[in-house]
Design a protein around this ligand. Sequence first.
Ligand code: BGC
Length: 388
Amino acid sequence: MKRKLLSAILCVSMVATMLVGCGSKAETATTDTAATEAPAAADTTEAATEAAAEATTAGGKIGVAMPTQSSERWINDGANMKEQLEKLGYEVDLQYAEDDVQAQVSQIENMIANGANCLVIASIDSSALVNVEQQAKDAGIPIIAYDRLLMDTDAVSYYATFDNKGVGTAIGKYIETAKDLAAAKEAGESYTIEFFMGSPDDNNAKMLYDGLMEVLQPYLDDGTLVCKSGRTSFEDTCILRWSQETAQQNCENYLTGFYADEDLDICATAFDGFAYGCKAALEGAGYTTDNWPLITGQDAELMATKNIIAGTQTMSIYKDTRLLAEKCVTMVQAVMEGAEPEINDTEQYNNGKITVPSYLCTPVAVDKDNYKEIIVDGGYYTEEQLAE
Ligand code: BGC
């Protein structure tokens, strides 16, 4: 009885936490509903390309707007972009906005004011940049969306990213194989699972969730996977701004509220930062190697890869940021020189205004069995870095 009451209290506090987690983007997002008499997207892209091509002859300035330095991947992304663009002779203005939406708007405004010829944007809130994107478009400055789709705008020319739904499917398939869910189903066995999904203002997060659930939903439906918190929808499991702290808090709440009598077997997380949060919560709750759950992640950060080797994270999704930067740079070059970049998807990425021509890089699942081949042999991290 007491336990039930405690659970109920924890559930209520968890719902409050979740609300904090998913938040409302109205708090930070700049709103933009201004109707504009914009020319058709194709015309704009053409005009922007011509303007950018003229600028190239006089040297070119590229503004690169990145979301945050709090996670390693974006530091690598920014560094790779800068290095590759500078090699081609462009001047680069690289800015990080530390997950502050207004700061990112100001940074992009400054880039425009300072004469950028092309903008590369990895957004914080993908719908919050509509005004400033319009400003760029009016000034004939082409925009490339980097990793995260820019929503509700026709000012974006191209999009370089990873197959975001494919990331979710890869995580789902990893869980399915590692736990042999098909056999468990046959045998009438079950595993407990909790979900930690990405930021609701990032289009990638919902796509990842869709890919993940394409694989796992049937097992939730037939009881092979049991989510004791009952929180399986995207709305219930998303975490605003990909906050590691919120993931840890959510995991702590789940463990106390629902896993006092039974172990949590799987933390299905969408980000290495969430995996770190879960790890801390599990350690705090007394989990050991004897009952450590399967923990997924995304980005194959250095620390995540070390944790994979140590056994405190099971897998991650390796996204070669060098390759993404390379693809993005070809898009920059194309708009600056009036050429056509390589595109491999013209259907999936509709941003509410236009379908943005995209290049999707392939994500790869890594774990202790293949990290050497993929990550070390691929030159992403050295053995020395991993041993430090
Ligand atoms: C990226 C992920 C990253 C996440 C948190 C997403 O938009 O696609 O690779 O883990 O943001 O930074």
